[in-house]
Design a protein around this ligand. Structure first.
Ligand code: GLV
Length: 338
């Protein structure tokens, strides 16, 4: 009897989802959540056929050295800046991510941050929990925030998640502007009630600027001191994309000086550390990279990653046809070799 292929899972996952892998593979699943350094990743990948990795696992040429059996790396997330796709393709390893299944949950969460930042939900809750309400003689004009309805929503990066955020804007009677490398088809613009503007125009006009662009070297600090200085003083910035797209030190300075009214951030430069200046501000709502974390969506993401591994290793109904490959050239190469 031939041995089952081996699959390593770098993060604890839902047991029933792991069980799907165990039907076909010898599964080595991490039982506790922790970061794996390059040496450990290299050692883990050295003798497995497939791996499910998290966004904190950096898979590059150095960790792929010696991974002779490895055929697939499935990322548990839609963003894949932790994967060096060129190196994976050179090594003949298929990579996959989890698009689509998280779109609506992340769009919901961007709205949660917009609303919470505008109406000061975090600061007000801290105040209440600290027991400050009784005896405070709270005034009629205390805790005033910003309205969301009827304002201008600006979206930087108009992929599927950006479109989901835009569609919700219609219900809040917002004017929706976007900037993207390429213009969306007219039918999609109509459905999103969104109009394309230049990046500069977006910065100047948005009352709420939501960042949903992928993290690439060019997008590092896409929002820095200069961009923040072009925004309205009454504006709110929301980042559900990646840490590093915003210069967090510059953002903290703008929030402190009143150059920007408020922010909602789910992602941070160097997370899980958060810039100390942000932690000390009341006009920013902070969450620990959880925009996709609804029960249904995290399960769907895990299942999709598993579907990719099962199919890439030649099992199941979709054998040889993983649903969401990032470097499908690897598949055609494997087929033409066969
Ligand atoms: C989360 O940040 C993701 O990329 O899925």
């Amino acid at each position: 009897m031939t041995a089952k292929p081996k699959v390593w899972v770098s993060r604890p996952l839902f047991p029933d989802v792991l069980a799907r892998l165990a039907e076909h593979f010898d599964v080595q699943a991490e039982a506790i959540e922790r970061k794996h350094g390059p040496d450990e990743l290299k050692a883990r990948l050295a003798d497995v056929d497939g791996a499910l990795v998290g966004l904190a696992d950096r898979v590059d040429a150095s960790v792929l050295e010696g991974a002779r059996r490895l055929k697939v790396v499935a990322n548990l997330g839609v963003g894949h800046n932790n994967l060096d796709l060129d190196a994976l393709t050179r090594a003949g390893v298929l990579a996959s991510n989890t698009p689509e299944v998280l779109t609506e949950s992340v769009a919901d969460f961007a709205w949660a941050l917009m609303l919470a930042a505008a109406r000061r939900v975090g600061a007000a809750e801290r105040w209440l929990r600290a027991g400050q309400w009784p005896g405070s003689n709270m005034r009629f004009d205390d805790w005033l925030g910003l309205d969301v309805h009827g304002r201008t929503l600006g979206i930087l990066g108009m992929g599927r998640i950006g479109q989901g955020i835009a569609r919700r804007g219609f219900g809040f009677d917002m004017r929706v502007l976007y900037h993207n490398r390429t213009r969306l088809p007219e039918a999609v613009e109509r459905e999103c009630h969104a109009a394309l503007v230049s990046r500069d125009e977006l910065l100047r006009q948005a009352d709420f600027l939501v960042l949903v662009l992928p993290f690439t070297p060019e997008n590092r600090h896409a929002i820095g001191a200069l961009e923040l200085s072009r925004m309205k003083r009454s504006a709110v910035l929301v980042n559900v994309a990646r840490g590093g797209i915003v210069d967090d030190a510059a953002l903290a300075a703008a929030l402190r000086s009143g150059q920007l009214a408020a922010a909602g951030l789910d992602v941070f430069e160097g997370e899980p550390s958060v810039h100390p200046d942000l932690l000390s501000l009341e006009n920013v709502v902070l969450s620990p990279h959880i925009a996709s974390a609804s029960e249904e969506t995290r399960r769907a993401m895990a299942n999709l990653a598993v579907d990719n591994v099962i199919a890439a290793l030649g099992f199941g109904e979709s054998a040889g046809k993983p649903p969401t490959p990032l470097n499908p050239a690897v598949l055609s190469r494997a087929t033409s070799k066969a």
